[in-house]
Design a protein around this ligand. Structure first.
Ligand code: ATP
Ligand code: MG
Ligand code: MG
Length: 551
């Protein structure tokens, strides 16, 4: 575990704990709306919410903020729970805002009785217009001064489903000229005769975010309600509701900056467009910034957690570079992943002086290669070597350009862990394309060693053609070409990269067939590749061995 972060939230929590506020308890919550899949931005909130609780010996609940029945589904609830678990956190409990609908309703009647909430018959447009704007005073609703009795009767009828959707709302009665627009009589309830995925047809009215959120926090015993900066202007309203209800020593809201990444979007609506338009295969496509996508891509949860902690929690919105996140991914995978050899653009290499056995068949040798130099306890594996091998097309040039030190006619290179070989000739097809490289090997260089101290400038990976297993590799470019998608036109989808994925067929050493679904292996010299979760021998390139995007 990394060191305790130092930031304004930790400072506030530490100070509260030291002063014994709320009995020195620390309780947070992660409050997603179950209307889509979690993405990398949510990971930031999860790491902050769970991290603060854990670091101070407290607890973090998962609260499904399920107050919009039109867009929410039970299946999203399940995916959210699974994704949080994948990221490495376990909620102390799973709660639903809908569990509190009755309590919220009762409290709303209490506010009506106190004379601080009223039923407004205006439609949405009239309510918006009446709110005014910055430097522009609001106008009281003609329904603002209804009696408590009338308001109670109307509100009960709203609840009983006697009015049409959108025909009335319940509003808090605060101040139509308040400098903070959130306090200009915010809506608490709206009529929606839509079945809810948990409460069915029980309710014809649903609480708005501001009314549901702080009160849910209070019911659960949240001490520190952490959310993103866009809710800063809601904080006075959050406090106002608690004060009206006489809640003392209740939750406090703290806001932190959203996490945005270069070349990435986190808008659920736009991510949904990518899925609907078939730009990606689904929410769990390896190019998606959803946690499911990152999982398929091979991002280790530990790398995501560490990145989120170390990037810090501030009150200034900024865009982090995706290369920074990738460096955490690479650092983690370097330690955890097995090394394998795979050739993704195969070219045949034939060793002309390779020996045959007494039956006239090419000799097969076995080399013992280290699985992971970073973790010797992972042991070694046997890799077969014969006279016909696959090498990368890029590793041979008939006419080598300047500073090209890989294989070319007359040049000697090392085949990793096996032998030195020298290219002698090529075989071409009718179009003049090189289809085979002929070479000789030096038996004295067995194991890739140089008995006479001879130097070669290049070490290449290879796969024995007779023993190779076929694989499919998905190679990725950025899903968006620009660092801040949509910055120029306002529409992120304008910056989509039309060529974000390339599928290639290659060959790998036999041991690769044992990779478990989701396992990430390092293909020597090519990068880290994640075994698909469903399709055998499909590998997604997680990230390269070094930052290839820097230039
Ligand atoms: P959308 O507006 O696309 O529906 P949302 O932000 O409203 O997304 P929620 O499911 O309500 O999504 O979010 C749950 C929690 O995750 C909230 O506390 C929210 O502030 C936080 N969150 C969402 N996106 C980010 C982000 N990019 N960075 C940090 N926290 C985020
Ligand atoms: Mg939300
Ligand atoms: Mg939202």
């Amino acid at each position: 575990p990394s060191a305790m972060p130092s930031n304004f939230i930790y400072d506030a929590v530490r100070s509260d704990v030291e002063q014994g506020k709320r009995d020195g308890r620390v309780q947070t919550r992660f409050p997603p709306e179950p209307n889509g899949y979690l993405h990398i931005g949510h990971a930031k909130a999860i790491v902050v919410d769970f991290g603060v609780a854990t670091d101070f010996g407290g607890i973090c609940l998962l609260r499904l903020d399920d107050t919009n029945p039109e867009t929410e589904e039970a299946s999203f609830v399940e995916s959210i729970i699974e994704d949080i678990e994948w990221l490495g956190y376990e909620p102390a409990d799973v709660r639903y805002a809908s569990d509190y609908f009755q309590q919220l309703y009762d409290w709303a009647e209490e506010l009506i009785r106190k004379g601080v909430a009223y039923v407004d018959d205006q439609d949405g447009d009239a309510i918006s217009a009446g709110r005014g704007g910055f430097g522009k005073p609001g106008v009281n609703s003609p329904f603002r001064d209804r009696s408590v009795e009338e308001n109670l009767a109307l509100f009960r009828n709203m609840r009983a489903g006697k009015y049409a959707d959108g025909s009335r709302v319940l509003r808090a009665k605060i101040d139509m000229n308040h400098e903070n627009m959130q306090l200009r009589d915010p809506v608490m309830y709206r009529i929606r005769k839509v079945p809810h995925h948990r409460t069915g047809d029980d309710w014809a009215i649903y609480p708005n975010y501001d009314w549901a959120h702080g009160q849910s926090d209070a019911i659960e015993g949240t001490t520190h309600s952490l959310c993103t900066l866009e809710f800063e202007s809601h904080r006075p309203l959050y406090d106002w509701f608690l004060e009206q209800l006489g809640v003392e020593g209740g939750p406090r809201q703290y806001e932190f900056a959203r996490l945005e990444l270069t070349h990435t979007i986190t808008s659920k609506r736009r991510l949904a467009r990518l899925v609907m338009d078939g730009v990606v295969d689904g929410w769990d496509d390896a190019r998606m910034p959803t946690l499911r996508g990152l999982r398929r891509r091979g991002y280790p949860p530990a790398a995501i957690r560490q990145f989120m902690r170390e990037v810090g929690t501030t009150r200034t919105n900024s865009r982090q570079s995706i290369e920074a996140l990738e460096s955490y991914v690479r650092r983690e995978l370097n330690v955890t992943s097995q090394r394998r050899m795979a050739v993704l653009n195969p070219l045949k290499l034939r060793i002309t002086n390779w020996p045959v056995d007494e039956n006239g068949r090419p000799v097969v040798e076995h080399f013992e290669l280290t699985n992971n130099p970073e973790r010797p306890e992972d042991g070694t594996r046997q890799v077969e070597f014969t006279g016909e091998l696959w090498i990368e097309q890029d590793d041979f040039r008939e006419v080598p350009p300047p500073k090209y030190f890989r294989l070319s006619p007359g040049r000697e290179v090392r085949l990793r862990g096996a032998y030195f070989v020298t290219a002698t000739d090529v075989v071409k097809d009718a179009d003049g394309e090189v289809v085979e490289v002929l070479a000789t090997y030096d038996p004295a260089s067995k194991g890739g060693n140089s008995p006479d101290g001879r130097k070669v400038k290049s070490t290449m990976h290879w796969v024995s053609a007779a023993h190779a297993v076929p694989l499919t590799a998905a190679l990725y470019e950025r899903l968006f070409t620009t660092e801040a998608p949509g910055e120029a036109t306002g529409e992120a989808l304008d910056d989509l990269n039309p060529n974000s994925r390339e599928i290639v067929q290659g060959w790998a050493e036999e041991a690769l067939a044992e990779a478990q679904p989701g396992e990430v292996v390092q293909f020597e010299r090519l990068g880290y590749f994640a075994a698909d979760l469903d399709q055998p021998m499909l590998f997604h390139r997680t990230v390269g061995l070094r930052d290839e995007w820097a230039a």
